[in-house]
Design a protein around this ligand. Structure first.
Ligand SMILES: [Zn+2]
Length: 251
């Protein structure tokens, strides 16, 4: 492993020293410095997996656990005696790093694409695919459905792979508009379709659980690229197919 830390930064504890420089740099700081050095963005909805060294995710889990414990203490919750919250910090750290925000810290699931040997060029839609995310502003859930329309290009991927990539992209703190764009970029990269359309309809707990407390409001947004953007009839066909899939659900 090559250290990218500048020489002036502490790299390990110095026995018997009480000065702050004796404290090892937290793993999150080492990762942030590496990202900055590489010029890689690390916004809430960026994936940083390729910048993590082996073992760092485990170290990060320990660091985050400590910080969540501090948060609970700052919220004046007696985590030392309350049997319900004594292991909450460990659970929350695991949940963030390996479940609800796994799309930041874990690599994209392996998705193989295949040549479109039969030169399929009819559009198809996949959906609804459940999507689960959290708003970047409050870290509360965004839960919804996604529909993907494809006009195949030179390569194709299996239907179930759309769910996998959507789950990976949405499992980060997001705003819905950006989540849809990032998902579109990933799908384009995976199968280079001639046309791509994505529609997401989601409930925002930002609005349901807090704030204005509107339980029925949902947000719908879409992105259309390639032939779906240039050909209005194709775009209309996508939205019609989604409507049909939705009505199938209602029956
Ligand atoms: Zn929010």
């Amino acid at each position: 492993m090559t250290s990218t830390l500048p020489p002036s930064l502490p790299t390990g504890p110095v026995r018997g020293s009480a000065v702050p420089s004796s404290v090892p740099a937290p793993v999150s700081l080492r990762i942030r410095q590496r990202l900055e050095l590489a010029g890689a963005p690390f916004f809430a909805n960026d994936n940083i997996a390729e910048h993590l060294l082996e073992g760092e995710l485990e170290q990060l889990e320990i660091e985050v656990t400590g910080k969540v414990r501090d948060l609970l203490r700052s919220l004046v919750i007696d985590i030392d005696n309350d049997h319900n919250t004594e292991e909450t910090a460990e659970r929350v750290a695991r949940m963030y790093l390996h479940e609800v925000f796994k799309g930041r810290y874990h690599q994209q699931p392996k998705i193989a694409s295949f040549p479109n040997v039969k030169k399929l060029d009819e559009i198809y839609t996949v959906g609804p695919i459940s999507v689960r995310s959290a708003c970047s502003h409050h870290l509360v859930p965004i839960l919804g459905n996604c529909w993907i329309g494809i006009k195949p290009g030179d390569r194709v991927i299996g239907l179930s792979k759309f769910s996998r990539v959507a789950d990976w992209v949405f499992s980060r703190p997001h705003i819905q508009e950006e989540a849809v764009m990032i998902l579109a970029d990933e799908i384009e990269r995976l199968c280079e379709p001639q046309g791509l359309a994505i529609l997401v309809k989601a409930q925002h707990y930002c609005m349901k659980w807090r704030g204005v407390k509107e339980p029925q409001t949902s947000m719908v947004n879409s992105v259309v690229r390639g032939d779906f953007r240039h050909d209005p009839s194709l775009k209309a066909e996508f939205f019609e197919l989604v409507k049909q899939q939705e009505s199938l659900l209602a029956t």
